[in-house]
Design a protein around this ligand. Structure first.
Ligand code: ADE
Ligand code: ZN
Length: 341
């Protein structure tokens, strides 16, 4: 097990499902609250952690949106993003595709110019100083209506050169993907890629809708697709990636115990799954901790680790030659391991 942990640490990895607002660690939340004179209902880090006892997605989202209130200035968004990128460096995550929730900020009177400038300075710094590449994915909050998503897309127009894709997140139940068909079509016309959270709490039908109405390039989570063999076949046949988030699944009760996590079944079925942290500050770990949890609980094998890591690069929005360079490194590491085994 120790050697598998080492392998995870040594492998260069890509993260494709990380909400930057979900990387807001309790210590930074307190620091920014003080900096911006925002009143929080918590006195210290322990109280914040105690509040993180969610039983479902909605419980988590209530706390997640209230935590965001401390993010106010360009510097705050820079500091948040830079802290995540430093974690990436420590964990050998060399490429990341980061979600952000503009409506969580514009609703509070914080405009695109503020948060996009903070993201940009941190991401540029990571590219030049840490060698970490990145893309930004702008998510629409599905508990709000499609008009609000259209307004958000309109406000994003001056920043489109910084945005690679649109996504769909927030409360899944009762908010099916098809409601966002028109705004996703507009995003596609603007040259943006598309992803959507589906099949996290919602039924397999929501995964079908993400494919049929939103024409997504990837499904975020997708766990419940396993309930429908025809859907699994379609995801395999069309090579649709799933961005899977084990610790999130456990904390939000998508699974009852880590030992029940279906990641090995997903791979055995031929699904193109990869590992991600989702909201690491809230769910107890970043990329490597998610791998470690699976190694311990479901007995992830060496070959499965290589496959999961390769899948994420393949599923990324990097250019083909960039993907290939990462995949070649992974193949070389695998051959070297096999040679010395
Ligand atoms: N926003 C942040 N994390 C999320 C998740 N796991 N599902 C839906 N929306 C989210
Ligand atoms: Zn997510």
């Amino acid at each position: 097990m120790e050697t598998l942990r080492k392998l995870v640490e040594q492998l260069p990895k890509a993260e494709l499902h990380i909400h930057i607002e979900g990387s807001l660690e309790p210590a930074m939340m307190l620091e920014l609250a003080t900096r911006n004179a925002v009143e929080l209902p918590y006195a210290d880090v322990d109280e914040i952690r105690k509040a993180y006892n969610f039983n479902c997605l909605q419980d988590f989202l209530d706390i997640y949106y209230s935590g965001m209130s401390v993010l106010q200035t360009k510097q705050d968004f820079h500091d948040l993003t830079w802290a995540y990128l430093q974690r990436c460096q420590q964990q050998n995550v060399v490429h990341c595709e980061i979600f952000f929730d503009p409506q969580g900020h514009t609703e509070r009177g914080i405009g695109f110019a503020t948060f996009m400038a903070g993201f940009k300075s941190a991401l540029d710094q990571a590219e030049s100083e840490l060698g970490i590449s990145s893309k930004l994915i702008m998510c629409f909050l599905r508990h709000l209506d499609e008009q609000s998503a259209f307004d958000t897309l309109e406000a994003a127009l001056p920043f489109l050169d910084q945005i690679t894709a649109v996504g769909l997140d927030s409360s899944e139940m009762g908010h099916p993907p098809c409601r966002f068909e028109n705004v996703f079509r507009r995003a596609a016309e603007l040259g943006l890629k598309r992803v959507a959270h589906a099949g996290e709490e919602g039924p397999p039908e929501y995964v079908y809708e993400a494919l049929n109405c939103l024409f997504v390039d990837r499904i975020d989570h997708g766990n419940r697709a396993l309930e429908d063999p025809a859907l699994v076949k379609r995801l395999v046949d069309e090579d649709i990636p799933l961005t899977v988030c084990p610790q999130s699944n456990l904390r939000l009760a998508v699974i009852g115990a880590m030992a029940e996590h279906p990641i090995r079944e997903m791979l055995a079925l031929g699904l193109r799954a990869g590992i991600n942290s989702d909201d690491p500050a809230y769910f107890g770990g970043y990329m490597n901790e998610n791998f470690f949890a699976l190694i311990d609980a479901v007995g992830l094998t060496r070959d499965e680790i290589f496959l999961l890591v390769a899948n994420s690069f393949k599923s990324s929005f990097l250019a083909p030659h960039e993907k290939q360079a990462h995949l070649d490194r992974i193949t070389a590491m695998q051959a070297q391991q096999e040679g010395s085994a």
